[in-house]
Design a protein around this ligand. Structure first.
Ligand code: CA
Length: 228
């Protein structure tokens, strides 16, 4: 899952990005509405944490443009929007939701609450309703960052965890390396490295060690698939 944090208070933006990243997401940051629109037109984000009060283009306007066709990078879904607002009036919250926001948080808020909202939005985005994601013998707990395969805990790095979560949210689908790069890594990755291949190979090794070999198939010329 890839998240864009749009927040003009730079210290807050960086703190949010760091916290969200630690929770296993790929995170990019935009400090203005214009920068947000640029990034949104360049990468397929899953969730946008959007501050309402921005110095240039208002958060509500950014939200409206996210819903419009013009910003769509490819045929992937419209990102979920979590509106961050200091405005506590009912009218503002209603207006934000009318503009297409999926949820909102009133500042100041706890990072723990933001992370809980993100988990809820991730589940909604992938039509998962329970807290656990389960595919075959694998069970993934996004809150505790744990993966269990047939009763055995698998120790994964943050990136391996994020990659496996993305696979588990799209079981049986062939996922191209570019798509994995777009949703599991942030913009700081060099797209010409073989990081996807290397991370998949490490993940496969750990799955095999836990008695689950061949769960991630290579589909020659197309990408990778988690056996459903
Ligand atoms: Ca602001």
């Amino acid at each position: 899952m890839r998240v864009l944090v749009v927040e003009d208070e730079r210290d807050l933006a960086r703190a949010l990005a760091e916290g969200i990243r630690r929770d296993g997401y790929a995170v990019d940051v935009a400090f203005t509405g214009g920068e947000a629109l640029d990034k949104l037109s360049g990468a397929p984000y899953d969730i946008v944490c959007l501050d309402l009060n921005l110095p240039d283009i208002d958060g509500r306007e950014v939200c409206r443009r996210i819903q419009a066709d013009t910003l769509r990078v490819d045929d992937s879904d419209v990102p979920r929007v979590l509106m961050l607002t200091a405005r506590d009036s009912l009218a503002d919250r209603v207006a934000g939701l009318d503009d297409g926001a999926d949820d909102y948080l009133v500042k100041p808020f706890d990072l723990a609450e933001l992370l809980a909202r993100l988990r809820a939005l991730s589940r909604r985005r992938s039509n998962h309703t329970g807290a656990l994601v389960e595919v075959g013998p694998l069970s993934l707990d996004p809150r505790r960052k744990e993966v269990v395969a047939a009763g055995e805990m698998i120790d994964l790095t943050a990136r391996e965890f994020a990659l496996l979560r993305y696979f588990m949210l799209h079981p049986g689908e062939v996922l191209a390396a570019e798509r994995l790069l777009d949703h599991v890594w942030d913009e700081n990755i060099d797209p010409f490295t073989n990081t996807v291949r290397v991370t998949i190979s490490k993940l496969r090794k750990k799955l095999a060690e836990a008695g689950q070999p061949q769960m991630i198939e290579t589909v020659v010329g197309s990408g990778y698939r988690l056996v459903a």
